[in-house]
Design a protein around this ligand. Structure first.
Ligand code: 5GP
Length: 177
């Protein structure tokens, strides 16, 4: 375990297993639909690419980069688009892939935006759910794991751009802030 972590929540093997499970369910639900899979950078980059490798249907891949955190460990509530989609959303069945739903601000903003742009449907898949953090009413359609109200890192998820490359997810030890 990385010395800056307090505890490992989900091992590489547990994550792999969960990703396969989610990919199977989503592939079933989207059979024949050619969805546009949108990974939300940077946190869900690893999850998104692992997920689509396990999906058995044709799909299109795009990314958006949004920021709501800066380098702090508290959500600011404000969502900024840092990089937009390169694919038009109009008429598409979109699967938004997120790393973690905390306050819900990011997903509420993105879902609204994609519908405004004429998406046919927008569903959300999030690897992690932090239900205690929710401040706005929104839920993902598919979740991987529930996490406690603690700051997690690993498997794409950072603290100040660090720890993204860890193959597991754990609780960050705030002594290393
Ligand atoms: P929300 O907009 O739902 O509050 O937060 C979504 C984003 O906040 C996530 O995509 C993630 O980037 C960040 N976030 C929320 N909780 C955590 C956490 O425990 N650790 C890290 N590193 N980021 C988090």
């Amino acid at each position: 375990m990385h010395p800056h972590l307090k505890e490992i929540l989900f091992s590489r093997e547990q994550i792999e297993e969960k990703v396969k499970e989610l990919a199977k369910v989503v592939s079933n639900d989207y059979e024949g639909k050619y969805p546009l899979v949108v990974g939300i950078l940077k946190g869900s980059a690893m999850f998104t690419t692992d997920l689509i490798k396990e999906m058995s249907i044709d799909l299109e891949l795009d990314f958006m980069d949004v920021s709501s955190y800066g380098n702090a460990t508290e959500s600011s509530g404000e969502v900024r688009i840092l990089m937009d989609l390169s694919t038009p959303a109009v008429g598409r069945d979109i699967i938004l892939v997120e790393d973690i739903v905390d306050t819900g601000n990011t997903l509420k903003f993105l879902k609204g935006l994609l519908y405004e742009r004429g998406a046919k449907s927008v569903t959300i898949i999030s690897l992690l759910d932090k239900p205690d953090g929710r401040k706005v009413e929104i839920e993902a359609d598919y979740y991987g794991f529930i996490v406690p109200d603690a700051f997690v890192v690993g498997y794409g998820i950072d603290y100040a751009e660090k720890y993204r490359s860890l193959p597991y997810i754990g609780i960050f030890n705030q002594e290393f802030l």
